[in-house]
Design a protein around this ligand. Structure first.
Ligand code: NAD
Length: 480
């Protein structure tokens, strides 16, 4: 059985713990590799390597660092096919989704921040007749990047690329559920000419490797994407050490459909926004609010299309949905379908686990599920499920839907479907979310601020926001 290794100081090495975690192929339910269950000693080795590398990396010119990061992007591109296969096998997502979204986006993340750093400027504030202030922006030092399993390499590189571009050294931990593409990234960075110790990739559980990274006094900032509970724990741990924190957490996003929308566009996009990546994208809309005038029409058309979605093994070229990421996660999602029914909801599509033919008979497949008849404030409509499950709720007025949409603790992303331009702006202003898409979903411009409000997180990623997070500003005043 293949044993993955940590990537520390420019070399692959075994974990000092001597322990390994099983890595499952969600499409079959079989263990197919082992992941280092890294401990504090491994993290310490990585920190020591990063300490040595930091003066070298941070004193390189932006142009030199940029050239290396562009080569990382090119290295990912060169190994596209291998990375696509690895991502799909590790996560259970359809191969064609990994080929269309995940790995190309990892390339873009490196390209984007490799070039952004060349244009990153700081402010100056002139005080007439008195003097001038200018802001220096220095890299922080050693930073920790911790990422989840749903978009493994996509989100891993979304953090690492700006951290490195800004001149930091990185201790990065991918999810223990989907470690494989992060494991391959070490070699790609090495081949791109990245100095040893600049990027260190530590595998293992959150409770051991992750916690050690968060607690390490020499790791000065943590960029974390994952669940809200984990985020709260990390904030509690890191706050007394005054670490800089960026937390991208859970969501319970509304898709709000007004009866004046372009029905066909809305229907097509709402299928994607509900079930892409098996509903395991933090931006998926899981609460569909439909204006009463088109509620029945929408319900019929939507469920008809949902019934036709092909759930299959990831390498099936016709698969629209693949396997959920793990058995515990599948069970969690199923438990919410039970809860929804206990709360009075009616399953009008899906709701059942799917058993494919061998060798995929033990894979973690679930039919896309649509539920109606629930109150907006029940647990099913308030808690994050993070799977292919959506609820339908009718509404009459803007005021009513705003109250329901804003009623959760979360505030990551919202979608509004309408052709009324004034309503568009009224809604966008009043929705308590970090991101609002109008007549669209998941259109991403990497320059825009990305992140949520309330329990969906603290801080923003993307564009200058990310480069500001990964640098420390210093104001200098020079008197005339
Ligand atoms: P998770 O919180 O269980 O784990 C995320 C990462 O944190 C993993 O690498 C894990 O090992 C690590 N971790 C766990 N406990 C830790 C600890 N005590 N200290 C340090 N690290 C620890 O989340 P998950 O199940 O991997 O991901 C799903 C969640 O991520 C969902 O809630 C989803 O909404 C969220 N998510 C948010 C965004 C966003 O941009 N806001 C994007 C993707 C996913």
């Amino acid at each position: 059985m293949e044993k993955l290794q940590n990537f520390i100081n420019g070399a692959y090495c075994r974990t000092k713990s001597g322990k390994y975690i099983d890595n499952y192929d969600p499409s079959t339910g079989a263990v197919y590799s082992l992941i280092p269950d890294s401990n504090a000693e491994d993290v310490e080795d990585a920190v020591k390597a990063a300490e040595v590398a930091f003066p070298i990396w941070s004193s390189m010119s932006n142009e030199e660092r940029s050239a290396i990061l562009v080569r990382v992007a090119e290295g990912i591109e060169k190994r596209m096919e291998e990375l696509v296969k690895a991502e799909s096998k590790d996560n259970g997502k359809p191969l064609k989704l990994a080929a269309a979204v995940d790995i190309p986006r990892a390339v873009s993340n490196f390209h984007f921040f490799a070039t952004a750093i060349l244009h990153f400027a700081s402010e100056s504030h002139h005080m007439e007749g008195v003097g001038i202030n200018y802001t220096l922006r220095k890299p922080i030092g050693i930073v920790g990047c911790i990422s989840p399993w749903n978009l493994p390499l996509y989100l891993f590189t979304w953090k690492i690329a700006p951290a490195l571009a800004a001149g930091n050294c990185v201790i990065a931990k991918p999810s223990e559920i989907t470690p494989y593409t992060a494991f391959l990234l070490g070699q790609i960075a090495k081949d791109a000419g990245m100095p040893d110790g600049v990027l260190n990739i530590i595998h293992g559980s959150g409770a051991s490797a992750g916690d050690t990274i968060v607690k390490h006094p020499k790791i000065k900032a943590i960029s974390f994407t994952g669940g809200t509970k984990t985020g709260a724990y990390i904030a509690q741990t890191a706050a007394p050490m005054f670490k800089k924190l960026s937390l991208e957490l859970g969501g319970k996003n509304p898709t709000i459909i007004f009866d004046d929308c372009n029905f066909d566009d809305m229907l097509k996009t709402t299928l994607r926004s509900s079930f892409s990546n098996q509903g395991q994208i933090c931006l998926c809309g899981s609460r569909l609010f439909v204006q009463r005038g088109i509620y029945e029409r929408f319900k019929t058309a939507f469920t008809e299309k949902v019934e036709k979605i092909k759930v299959s093994y990831p390498t099936d070229p016709e698969a629209i949905m693949g396997a959920l990421v793990s058995e515990p996660h599948l069970n969690k999602v199923l438990s919410y379908i039970d809860l929804a029914q206990e709360e009075g909801g009616k399953v009008i599509a899906g709701g059942k686990r799917v058993h494919l033919d061998a060798p995929h008979d033990n894979g973690y497949y679930l039919r896309p599920t649509v539920i109606e008849g629930l109150s907006f404030d029940c647990r099913t409509n308030q808690e994050e499920i993070f799977g292919p499950v959506v609820t339908l709720t009718p509404f009459d007025t803007e005021e009513e839907v705003l109250q329901m949409a804003n009623s959760t603790d979360y505030g990551l992303a919202a979608v509004v479907w309408t052709n009324d331009v004034k309503r568009t702006h009224r809604m966008a202003e009043q929705l308590e979310f970090g991101i609002v898409w109008v007549n669209s979903w998941l259109v991403r411009d990497l320059r825009t601020p990305f992140g949520g409000v309330k329990s969906s997180g603290v801080g923003r990623e993307g564009g200058w926001e990310a480069l500001r997070f990964f640098t420390e500003p210093k104001n200098v005043f020079v008197s005339y």
